[in-house]
Design a protein around this ligand. Structure first.
Ligand code: NDP
Length: 327
């Protein structure tokens, strides 16, 4: 395993990590969740990602039980939660980034995960109805209270992240250190364009999500949906519609041929491609089967397969390289 600094912070996170969205407490049995975490941990993964909204709190409960049973030393892993969407309740006081919800969501996550503190705590989305001062002060206070160690954002714009930094500077507060954006071969704008300047200035770390575009980049949908997966689950029609379309599948068919040429699997090529970006601190893997995780974890040793020539061939297939801003 390779370990990368989370932005300018001193925290070293494994370049591959494991997340629980749609799987823990929902798609998979708890015994599989346990096997996934064990496989990850034994392969050097030190970061497990979670959020209050995942299976409406159930994902954190499942992860908490596994952490308790495994009894891994607390100084050997990093665990996160995210607040904004709530853990199920939709009353005005149960969502958002206001002081009350952030405070209560943090305590809820600590209880469900059965830990004394969260290593990483994310604002899952920006909140247009809460002043950034209120959110930044709350995060700072949670750090001072020993409830969380680092705070960050997810799917915030560069402007919103910089506003948070300005407020933190103004009041001498501990600033956010990481952002969690979607990033994969088919989704590149934020990581390769919008955030470029703030990677240089504030030195933001990134914990990236959906590296396989919800499984599309595994190549398993190249000839249609032939097995039961997250895209066939009830209530996830929106995900299926936003994940699969003809143009995207056609690109993946060509990418799969290229992966075959260089002797690695399509999921491995997609994960290696993310890892090649030095602004990526960690790629959060998702898996519904242990065999999937075993396959993607091997990517860490396959990065040299994607040399400059192969990277160029990928560009020619996807033809979606964000145009660099002129600084
Ligand atoms: P991916 O895009 O990598 O999708 C993972 C899914 O792809 C698996 O659950 C599995 O689903 C399928 N898959 C994985 N490996 C293989 C393989 N080798 N062969 C075939 N299929 C495979 O990542 P996720 O979308 O799961 O995101 C990863 C993590 O990021 C989440 O768990 C969560 O922690 C975080 N996240 C954060 C978000 C945010 O807003 N901050 C949003 C979304 C995720 P199946 O078997 O069902 O096809």
């Amino acid at each position: 395993m390779e370990y990368r600094r989370l932005g300018k912070s001193g925290l070293k996170v494994s370049a591959l990590s494991l997340g629980s969205w749609l799987t823990f407490g929902k798609q998979i049995e708890n015994s599989i969740a346990s096997e996934l975490m064990t496989t990850a941990y034994e392969n050097g993964v030190n970061f497990f990602d979670n959020a209050e909204i995942y299976s409406r709190g159930e994902s954190e409960i499942v992860m908490g039980e596994i952490l308790k049973k495994k009894a891994w030393s607390r100084d050997t892993y990093i665990v996160s939660s995210k607040a904004y969407f709530g853990a199920g309740g939709k009353l005005p006081t149960q969502t958002g980034l206001n002081r009350k919800h952030l405070f209560e969501a943090c305590h809820g996550a600590l209880k469900r995960l059965q830990v004394d503190y969260l290593d990483l705590y994310f604002c899952h989305r920006p909140d247009k109805e809460t002043p950034i001062e209120e959110t930044a002060w709350t995060m700072h206070n949670l750090i001072q209270q020993g409830k969380i160690l680092y705070w960050g954002t997810s799917e915030w714009s560069a402007q919103e992240i910089m506003e948070a930094h300005m407020v933190c500077k103004q009041y001498n507060l501990i600033a956010p250190v990481m952002e969690q954006p979607q990033y994969n071969i088919l989704h590149r704008e934020k990581m390769e364009k919008e955030f470029l300047q703030i990677f240089k200035t504030v030195g933001m770390g990134t914990t990236i999500w959906s590296p396989l575009a919800s499984g599309l980049l595994s190549g398993k949908y190249n000839s249609g949906i032939n097995e039961s997966t997250r895209l066939t689950m009830d209530g996830l029609e929106w995900l299926k519609d936003s994940t699969i379309n003809e143009a995207r599948v056609n690109s993946v068919i060509k990418l799969s041929e290229l992966a075959n040429e260089i002797g690695i699997s399509m999921p491995q090529m997609a994960i290696c491609w993310c890892l090649k970006n030095k602004n990526v601190s960690t790629v959060i893997l998702g898996a519904s089967k242990v065999s999937q995780l075993e396959e993607t974890l091997k990517s860490i040793d396959l990065m040299e397969k994607l040399d400059a020539e192969i990277m160029e061939k990928i560009e020619l297939i996807v033809n979606n390289k964000p145009v660099q801003p002129a600084f």
